[in-house]
Ligand binder design. Structure first.
Ligand code: ATP
Ligand code: ZN
Length: 298
């Protein structure tokens, strides 16, 4: 049992691909920290929620040790550590998908090498920083290959001759192309995730965690949400409502001028393109307006 605490700690990557989006998410949740960016510990001023700035690989372990309650890491990091056979049960769980830092853990072969399927990997040397995820995938494919663990510059291993092919994170594919490699299979779809301790808290942290999760949910929903406003004649209302994008139920009200005309508003949770607006217009909508949503609490 850890000691009772009345403040919550969340760990995010100090500097790297996830840092800015992680801190931006927390700022949108209304958190403010007293800090200079290079410090490890940042004191929460708006709420009793403090921030730890660390290397992403350390975050699952910090949660395991009870140093912090929540953390933001790539799913690749969380799952790699969860699969570590040295650990009985991972002390953390994935709490939310955060929708940024998208990438995939992929197998890539040299441009000139052929690949017909996982069976072609038998007996090959595969360089990766994710031995547990790769090992798990190979076992599920019933393929025996040699895993060469590298902590960086995985993509040059085939050219150096230290491996035949690689298993590494890919987003655009530009790094692979620059190294004359070609992606042939994806073994994990990744994005930034919020991870948290398995345990429930009997102190203030329970409520703080719930509060932060509610705000994060609000921020995530708002990101894709738009408020759609339009007008329609009552005779066209049914066709306009049928053409609305998926969203919350529409609010229909009467305009004072011209009498009888209706105003419709709806919060939509998907992108609304020009083609969709034109379809709504054909269905009888006029005065169409699409507005960004700034905050949401449901
Ligand atoms: P640290 O110094 O904190 O250990 P790092 O070098 O391990 O940093 P970054 O390269 O900053 O990590 O990547 C952090 C995370 O960003 C990855 O674990 C992954 O989830 C995500 N990511 C998104 N796109 C890519 C990509 N193209 N290559 C690598 N990681 C990516
Ligand atoms: Zn790292």
């Amino acid at each position: 049992m850890s000691k009772p605490r009345d403040r919550l700690r969340i760990a995010v990557q100090k500097s790297g691909r996830l840092s800015e989006a992680s801190q931006d998410l927390l700022a949108r949740c209304g958190l403010k920290f007293r800090q200079s960016r290079d410090k490890l510990f940042c004191f929460g001023e708006a709420l009793p929620i403090d921030l730890l700035l660390v290397r992403d690989d350390d975050i699952p372990g910090l949660i395991g040790q009870g140093v912090c309650e929540l953390g933001i890491v790539g799913r690749n990091v969380a799952q790699e550590q969860a699969l570590d056979p040295a650990r009985a049960e991972p002390p953390f769980v994935e709490v939310r998908e955060l929708g940024f830092g998208r990438c995939r853990l992929a197998i890539a072969v040299a441009d000139e090498d052929s690949y017909a399927g996982p069976q072609d990997l038998g007996g090959k040397r595969i360089a990766t920083s994710y031995p547990h995820l790769l090992g798990d995938w190979l076992r599920r494919q019933h393929v025996a290959a040699e895993i060469v663990v590298l902590n960086g510059s995985v993509e040059i291993a085939p050219r150096l001759g230290t491996a035949d092919l690689i298993c590494d994170l890919v987003s655009s594919g530009a790094t692979l192309a620059a190294n004359q490699l070609r992606e042939v299979a994806s073994i994990l779809d990744s994005q930034a995730v919020l991870i948290g301790a398995r345990q429930d808290y009997a102190d203030e942290r329970a409520e703080l965690r719930e509060l932060l999760l509610r705000r994060i949910d609000g921020v995530i929903r708002v990101r894709e949400s738009k408020l759609l406003l339009l007008q329609a004649d009552p005779s066209r209302l049914a066709s306009v409502l049928a053409a609305l994008p998926k969203g919350d139920p529409a609010t229909v009200g009467a305009l004072d001028r011209p009498a009888g005309r209706l105003s419709v508003q709806v919060v939509c949770h998907e992108a609304i393109g020009w083609a969709h607006l034109e379809e709504l217009k054909r269905a009888g909508a006029t005065q169409l307006l699409v507005l960004p949503v700034e905050k949401m609490l449901t």
